[in-house]
Design a protein around this ligand. Structure first.
Ligand SMILES: *[C@@H]1O[C@H](CO)[C@@H](O)[C@H](O)[C@H]1NC(C)=O
Length: 243
């Protein structure tokens, strides 16, 4: 609208110019007049009719369709695979630490195993040989045969034992020595003071013995041990408790 005004204004000015030029050639012409007032704005133009749709585009050639695209993002993690075959057996491990001690067992039958007792008697009027074990000729009681016929008790079960003897003499001095493992343990003597008198030294003691230790009786030179109608000589011993 404005453009049209401008154009018509320009045309007016141009045509005026021509007339001025032509006036130059005309001698004695008057002063040119002032330019005219611009015209009023024109009317609005009509709406244009909508055109037809364009032709469809050309499809991509197969070559361009198969062109490699850009690298995609990594996919999501798949589910775990199947379990593999078991491997070969490993080497044997080191032995473990020892276990705790077990409960105490039941009491066994000790009646035959842990018993030891003897009582032996000497039945001769002949005095024993001094300084060697007195031999006894009769087994009165013998549990587990720990008293041998050489006159020695041989310990099989270590523990506390009690030994006791009763000797008889007649008209003679008598000393009886209790020997433990070759050592004098105790000496018991009776000295006769009256002619034809009877004496009976006796003694007893408890002692701890280890296996294979020996106990026996012997006399010194006072060896008047006698057995007969007037008395016996008896040696006894027994295990008090094994230890
Ligand atoms: C007494 O017992 C012991 C041991 O068993 C044996 O060596 C000895 O011969 C027995 N003595 C007698 C007189 O039976």
């Amino acid at each position: 609208m404005f453009d049209r005004h401008l154009i018509s204004g320009i045309i007016f000015i141009v045509s005026l110019c021509f007339s001025l030029v032509s006036m130059d050639t005309c001698p004695g012409a008057g002063t040119p007049g002032l330019p005219g007032i611009p015209g009023l704005p024109g009317r609005d133009g009509r709406d244009r009719i909508k055109g037809d749709n364009g032709d469809p585009g050309i499809p991509l050639k197969p070559d361009s369709a198969s062109m490699k695209g850009e690298k995609g993002d990594p996919g999501v993690f798949g589910s775990p695979g199947k379990r593999g075959r078991p491997g070969e057996a490993g080497d044997k491990g080191l032995p473990g630490p020892p276990g705790e001690p077990g409960d105490q067992g039941e009491f066994g039958d000790t009646t035959s195993l842990l018993q030891s007792a003897f009582s032996v008697s000497r039945l001769t009027r002949n005095p024993p040989e001094p300084h060697i074990p007195i031999r006894f000729s009769k087994n009165i009681t013998l549990i587990n045969s720990h008293f041998n016929n050489e006159g020695k008790f041989v310990c099989e079960i270590s523990g506390y034992y009690y030994f006791v003897f009763h000797a008889s003499s007649y008209d003679k001095n008598l000393c009886v020595i209790l020997m433990v493992d070759g050592k004098k343990f105790a000496t018991f003597c009776d000295h006769h003071k009256i002619q034809k008198s009877q004496q009976a030294p006796s003694g007893g003691l408890a002692v701890h013995l280890k296996q294979n230790q020996n106990v026996w009786l012997q006399t010194n030179s006072y060896n008047g041990m006698f057995a007969g109608d007037t008395g016996d000589s008896i040696f006894s011993g027994f295990l008090i408790h094994a230890h």
